[in-house]
Design a protein around this ligand. Sequence first.
Ligand SMILES: Nc1ncnc2c1ncn2[C@@H]1O[C@H](COP(=O)(O)OP(=O)(O)OP(=O)(O)O)[C@@H](O)[C@H]1O
Ligand SMILES: [Mg+2]
Length: 632
Amino acid sequence: MPETLAEPTDRSAVRSLLRLWPYVRPVRARWFAAAFVAVLASCLGLVIPLILKWMVDGPVADRDPGGVWLGALYLLLLGLVEAGLFGLRRWLVARPLAGVEASLRADLYRHLQRLPVAFHDRWPSGQLLSRGTTDLMLLRMFLAFPLTFLLVNATTILVGFVILFAQQWTLGLVLLAPAVPLMVLCSLFETKYSLVARKAQDQVGDLTTVVEESVLGIRIVKGFGRNRSQAQAFRALAQRLRGTELHKARLLAWIWALITVIPELAIGAALVLGTIEVADGGLSAGTLVAFLSTALALRWPVESIGFLLAMSQESATAADRYFEVMDVAEEPSTAKDGTRDGAPDGAPDDASDGARDGAKDGARAGGDAEAGLVFDGVEFRYPDAAPGSVPVLARIDLRVRPGETMALVGATGSGKTTLTALVPRLHDLTGGRILLDGEDIADLERSRLRELVSVAFEEPTLFSATVGENVLMGAEGAGEEELRRALSVAQADFVDDLPHGVDTQVGEQGLSLSGGQRQRLALARAVVGRPRFLILDDPLSALDVHTEALVEAALRRVLEGTTALVVAHRPSTVMLADRVALLSGGRISAVGTHQELLRTHTEYAWLMSGAQSPRSADGRTAVATAEEGSTR
Ligand SMILES: Nc1ncnc2c1ncn2[C@@H]1O[C@H](COP(=O)(O)OP(=O)(O)OP(=O)(O)O)[C@@H](O)[C@H]1O
Ligand SMILES: [Mg+2]
């Protein structure tokens, strides 16, 4: 998988650009029509020297003013037709190519939504943003200009040389001489330019990331007075990008200079030789004029090849960067396809009493014992974890009975968030299985899983939409009644005091809400669809204890049939749960009621009160947690 942002070594610009064909296919008729019109217009320009020849050898030599006027009229008409044709070309391609860009962008967006969370953990958002904006713009421009004009110019040069050779083949040969060195130079240029272009585009991505971070983190930047250091970081990156762009400009200047000077020398030589031939009487003055003006007309098509090639290289790089993301596999609908390791080996189980709570037996025996939420030998390691490191979750065996609320307690960094993220399959397990009423989540269609399980995360995220829309995101097809119910469960009555009630715009562009208000909306979003399983990652941490109690009470009343796993840090949250599970050292080390665990489990008592020093069997964890705990 090309997930690293390393420079590609073996690539072909043509192959990269050919991958755009499926997107161009629907508009191919218009594109080819436009290209044909452009070729026609460009070749029409080559007729002008022929009219000049006719004028010089005819009316001018014969001193016939009427003929000169007629010639001038022809020239004017030709110019008008040429301009008209180029206008027609633009009209033909503008709209379809905007469509191509839009569909490339829509596909990228759709794909990004379907990529696994692990992908987004790894890729900086600026790199994705720059691909969706700058790179796609480059691709549209490529289809509109460089691609068409490489074709147009090549045809024009070919036709031009046929005309030149027909006029005077010896002079034609003089002009053709520089072709070989120019081609060698162009290919050298392309190789060098492609590397620099890639570097520049990746640096734009890095720069975008820094800008995005400092805009999103503006409060931290200001609060800590880091404006200067942020600006320095930005300047350093901008300087690097500037250096790369200058390198690009130098390369372009070189090729441009050579492409301009070499043909110019050839034209000069042809002028001298041609004049001598006219003086000797071997060539008519009209032919020389036609010859030279054809050669001059070909100057632009030849000179522009340098920057057309440069733009094509940048577009090939843009295509590479685009398809790098598009080539990453999307999440499969179910996890059945065997990316998991399967059941882990039977490691000895030293969990304290009640930890297993019949989970394994339940999972095996089937029937009633399987009902509820069952973790069976769950093992998980982050994809980017160092090989050989201890997995975050080593072996989790736990059963939450149907309708039960289980609190999940553990020191910070013990893996609670990780465990909750496994249930809606934001990450795939590396071992073991999770059952929802007896069904393995790996076998469930993702859409079905989303129906069964609702989540509220530690960081309540609201989108730029109304309060109502944000909450109703939690359930498809839910209406006003469900919205009201969810808001009342989450004790989110503050909504009524907002300027437009549930229609108030919140999120990035809207009204800013307090942390606790946002948490309650996120909670309402989790419960609005009356899910069978509810996973809450410390969803009430920002609420005062009284509001928290009200929310818990409402949750219990309204969601009686719901099986819930709630991450908790505070005794107030824990006491509202039926039972508590303690996560420690990658396992569930104890399960019981709050009171039971307080009495029997020192690590638990320490976590909940901070009074006693833990005498846990796992000394390393205890020391680590004690240290972390003391900083809180
Ligand atoms: N995306 C990730 N990639 C790699 N490692 C991660 C990732 N997210 C978390 N971790 C690591 O996994 C471990 C468990 O993290 P997790 O967020 O599950 O802890 P937690 O119990 O929820 O802590 P807290 O109480 O502070 O919320 C930590 O050591 C963390 O560094
Ligand atoms: Mg957490």
